[in-house]
Every structure is written in structure tokens, then in C-alpha cells.
Design a protein around this ligand. Structure first.
Ligand code: ATP
Ligand code: MG
Length: 217
């Protein structure tokens, strides 16, 4: 393991990276490379004491939990699935906003299935969230774990319904699906390793404060 005495911030590329740029700027941090064009997984910034590690969104809590990254930015969806153990979550950054919902093929009478207590098959990447949701409704479901493109599952008979993230609803519509239940509002949070916060408090706290001051309502 290599020693880097500064701040290591874990981010996923795509919307989280893009929407974090203004927050970083507020903390005086400007990446010197773009993760979309660079193949490097460790990106330098204008500040020698701040570096970024670029990882899959679902891996962010793991890097921060083990202290491989001091801080990270992760969606509430990812944090719930991870379990959130030992992670300090000081800020809802109000970025990468979407919602978790249940969707079914247009024409599938979800309400009727719920009323008659039918056992339905649900495909999702979000097993924990889905399990909690259907349990709270007293519904019996068979959950099928997928890693992406959940919208396909009901179209080819793999599942009756999906639990997925939606923002505009365009992907659902394009695949003949409709949202039938809202589960939870999702945005991304700042997560901080507890030991880092103690050991590197003077480095981390100003960044946390700058992020806090730059959050858009
Ligand atoms: P991949 O798309 O590469 O499989 P991923 O879905 O884990 O990976 P992103 O699509 O970049 O990664 O999503 C990262 C985070 O952004 C999610 O965890 C979620 O919190 C949020 N997010 C996902 N989809 C949307 C969306 N349509 N609109 C806004 N935010 C979203
Ligand atoms: Mg995605």
C-alpha cells in the first residue's frame, strides 16, 4: 500500500463526477484531467494534497469504509445497498437526483396483483431496498438480482416488475413500462472515513465546509 498524506476523494465517472465539479471548485479543487478521456484511475488536481480516485459507483462506500479513500460521493441507493456501516455521512449534496420506483409493463395490473396477494417476480440491482419495500407492504415477491438494463427483464419474461432508478422516465417509456410505485427519493451524499476525519481533520473539514456552502437547493 502506498502512503499519500493528502485527501483521496473517491468518485464515479459520469453524472456524479460532472455534478461534483462545481462543489470541488468551491473548495478550490480543479481536476487536471477528465476521467472520460483519461484512462488513469488516480487523477491529480491543481492541489498537490488532493487526488481523485475514479471507481464504479457501487464501490465508493467500500473504498471509504476501508480508508483507501478519505471521502467519497455516493448515491443513497448505493449507500442503502452497502449497508452504510462505519461511514460518516455529513452532507446530502443534492446532486444526481432521481427516484427509486417499481415499474411494470403497460397493461400489467399491478394493483390487482397486490390486492389478490399474487407472488410476483421482481428484477433489480437493488435487492435490499426492494426487499424492505415489499416486506413493508406485506407482499411476497421473488427477487432476481441483475447488474444493469433492468428494463429488459419484463419484456422477455424474466420478471413481472422491476425496481429501478428513474429520472425523466424516458427509458421506461421507450420500453413500454410504467411507474406504479414510488419507493424513495435519491440524491448523492458525501461520505467520510471516520479515522481520516480524526487524523486529517484540518485538511478534510475545510473541504466539507466548502461543499456545504455550495449545495444547491
Ligand atoms: P453504470 O451505469 O456504469 O452501470 P451505475 O448505474 O452504478 O453504473 P451511474 O449510472 O453513473 O452508475 O449512477 C451513479 C449514481 O447516480 C447512482 O448510484 C444514482 O445515485 C444516480 N443515478 C442513477 N441514475 C440516475 C438518473 N437517471 N438520474 C439521476 N441520477 C441517477
Ligand atoms: Mg447507470
Amino acid at each position: 500500500m502506498t502512503e499519500f498524506g493528502g485527501i483521496t476523494l473517491a468518485l464515479s465517472k459520469g453524472r456524479i463526477f460532472e455534478e461534483t465539479l462545481p462543489l470541488l471548485a468551491a473548495a478550490g479543487i480543479v481536476p487536471t484531467e477528465d476521467p472520460e478521456t483519461s484512462r488513469k484511475l488516480i487523477l491529480a488536481t491543481n492541489r498537490p494534497d488532493v487526488r481523485l480516485v475514479i471507481i464504479r459507483a457501487t464501490d465508493t462506500p467500500t473504498y471509504v469504509q476501508y480508508g483507501a479513500a478519505d471521502m467519497g460521493i455516493a448515491g443513497k441507493d448505493v449507500l442503502i445497498e452497502h449497508g452504510g456501516a462505519d461511514l460518516y455521512q455529513p452532507l446530502d449534496l443534492n446532486i444526481a437526483k432521481c427516484r427509486m420506483c417499481v415499474a411494470v409493463p403497460r397493461g400489467f395490473d399491478y394493483e390487482a396483483a397486490v390486492r389478490r396477494g399474487a407472488r410476483i417476480r421482481v428484477a433489480t440491482k437493488y435487492i435490499q431496498t426492494a426487499r424492505d419495500h415489499f416486506a413493508s407492504k406485506g407482499m411476497h415477491v421473488d427477487l432476481i438480482k441483475l447488474y444493469g438494463s433492468m428494463e429488459l427483464a419484463p419484456l422477455v419474461g424474466l420478471a413481472d416488475a422491476i425496481v429501478d432508478l428513474v429520472s425523466s422516465g424516458g427509458t421506461l417509456r421507450a420500453n413500454g413500462l410504467v411507474e406504479v410505485e414510488d419507493i424513495l427519493a435519491v440524491s448523492s451524499r458525501l461520505i467520510v472515513n471516520q479515522a481520516s476525519l480524526k487524523l486529517k481533520h484540518d485538511l478534510l473539514q475545510p473541504v466539507i465546509d466548502a461543499f456545504a456552502g455550495a449545495i444547491k437547493p
